[in-house]
Design a binder for this molecule. Sequence first.
Ligand SMILES: [Fe+2]
Ligand SMILES: [Fe+2]
Length: 194
Amino acid sequence: MYQLRFDTPNAWVQCVLEHFEDFLLDHAACERKAGSTAEHFAVRYRDKPELIDTMLEIAKEEIEHFHDVCRLLWERGRDLGPDEPDPYINPLMEEAHSSGDRRLLDRLLIGSISEYRGCERFALLSRALDDGGADSELVAFYEDLAADDSRHRQQYYNLARLYFEESRIEARLDTWLDCEAEVVRQLEIRPALH
Ligand SMILES: [Fe+2]
Ligand SMILES: [Fe+2]
């Protein structure tokens, strides 16, 4: 399995801990978008049953995550916020091919890498919450999200391997890993998943 090329700085975790409710607003939006993305794949590629099967599984899990984060917000007396432009996924999508099977390969790889980033950040957050003496249910929730995103990363990647040759995947993955690392390096530190 490949590796991400930029580690999330500690300042991000500190910022999220300090403004946790604001973080939850963005987190909810990210789970909702992850669900719609998976659903969109399932609707678009009708001739690929393995892809549809996997994407519907992922979509169900993401919607459940969304619901869980909604509950965390409601427990804190907060409502869902409006959707904001996404400074992480939008620049990646702008670089992606927009047609043909190159589009599918790009979107599967972006899917895998963004799930990997979710996994990295939820694991960091879970550890920091634990160190800070947070509620054990909340610590376990973020630990579970990290595990789910690790699985999603693999599922997106497996689909790429099902439909594309290894050499083609390697070449494109190399580009996307550099691109993602650069996007994350330039992200403003704020209480948001990205
Ligand atoms: Fe999720
Ligand atoms: Fe996920």
